[in-house]
Write a protein that binds this ligand. Structure first.
Ligand SMILES: [Zn+2]
Length: 345
């Protein structure tokens, strides 16, 4: 089990980056992975603080996508610069690449998220796209997470809503995990499952606080996302956080690449998979609606036939991951009925 050693969440948390780095024993050199936008938003400040307060040698490497070629480029950079520590500063892609490349080079990694759009900010799993097919790679949990709510607040609120949806998706993910345990004898960790589930309940209970400009709501969301990341560290896989709803989301991303946010796709998937799992899918749908999240194909900006294709493709995305989709093995008409009855199409 690998858990983060320091988690700092709050207004102005980024100002403590040098102090955290020193406490963890890194005071000589660092490599910052960021995007061109997140460089201005946060990475520049991280670099200044490390250089000025600790006198560290700090290099920066900018990336724009999370493909295998980006991971390899960062690995080359790590090999030549030999930094003590890698910082991933940005939203999903930058953190995914920093996490994956640092783990492959056995260098510790600190996560500095600039959005709260999914649970990758704290998880040991990297989502890397290759040949246009997204897949998850087990990497290492971040050694520290520094989440500055003042910076994250500046991102469009849609990103935070996506984060809420990614947390709510744990209702179906955990149920799928339990199903795999009951039917296939797969390892099931009750503690990891409870932790992921508790985060989902916490977000649903606080939906009213999840409004833009509300830093308290954002803090609750970030803590929930971090707890989800920790649940994956405890489980040793993404099982507590990713089930059939994520498979649907990944399939839709293959069909319409980069068209919607991760949480948005998974949120719509959660509504449908909750129905298949016999859960209170209407409650989940209503919570998503209250958040202002898309709840059907039209709001997601995709065509009905794309939703149906994604449903058919979902179980093939990750064949080793047993979910309700394998158990039911629905035909085309079955998926159409599912999408219609849940009012997704
Ligand atoms: Zn997710």
């Amino acid at each position: 089990m690998q858990l983060p050693r320091e988690v700092i969440v709050g207004h102005g948390a980024i100002e403590r980056v040098a102090e955290v780095s020193r406490r963890l024993g890194f005071h000589r050199s660092a490599l910052i992975i960021a995007g061109s936008k997140t460089y201005d938003i946060a990475a520049k400040r991280v670099k200044e603080l490390l250089e000025e307060k600790e006198g560290m040698t700090v290099d920066t490497f900018l990336i724009e996508t999370a493909m295998m070629k980006d991971v390899q480029a960062v690995e080359t950079e790590i090999k030549s610069l030999k930094p003590q520590i890698v910082f991933g500063v940005g939203g999903g892609t930058k953190i995914d690449v920093a996490k994956c490349s640092s783990a492959r080079q056995a260098i510790p990694f600190i996560s500095v998220p600039t959005t709260a759009s999914h649970d990758g900010i704290a998880s040991p799993v990297s989502s890397i796209k290759d040949f246009e097919k997204p897949y998850s790679v087990m990497a290492e949990a971040p050694l520290a997470i520094i989440a500055d709510t003042n910076i994250i607040m500046r991102a469009p609120w849609r990103f935070a809503v996506s984060g809420c949806e990614d947390v709510i998706a744990k209702f179906t993910a955990v149920r799928d995990w339990k199903l795999a345990h009951e039917e296939k004898g797969e390892y099931f960790g009750g503690y990891a499952a409870s932790l992921a589930l508790m985060s989902a309940k916490h977000v649903i209970q606080n939906v009213q606080l999840m409004k833009s400009e509300n830093e308290e709501g954002l803090r609750i969301l970030i803590e929930a996302l971090i707890s989800c990341g920790v649940s994956m560290s405890i489980a040793g896989s993404s099982r507590p956080c990713s089930g059939s709803e994520h498979l649907f989301g990944h399939a839709l991303d293959v069909i319409r690449p980069n068209h919607s946010l991760h949480g948005e796709r998974c949120g719509v998937g959660t509504i449908m998979m909750a129905y298949l799992l016999g859960q209170d899918w209407k409650r989940i749908r209503d919570a998503l609606r209250n958040l202002g999240a898309p709840i059907n194909a039209q709001e997601l900006g995709v065509e009905k036939k794309e939703v149906l294709r994604a449903l058919e493709m979902a179980a093939t995305i990750r064949p080793e991951r047993y979910t309700i989709l394998n158990k039911l093995n629905l035909c085309k008409e079955g998926y159409e009925h599912l999408a219609k009855v849940t009012e997704v199409i």
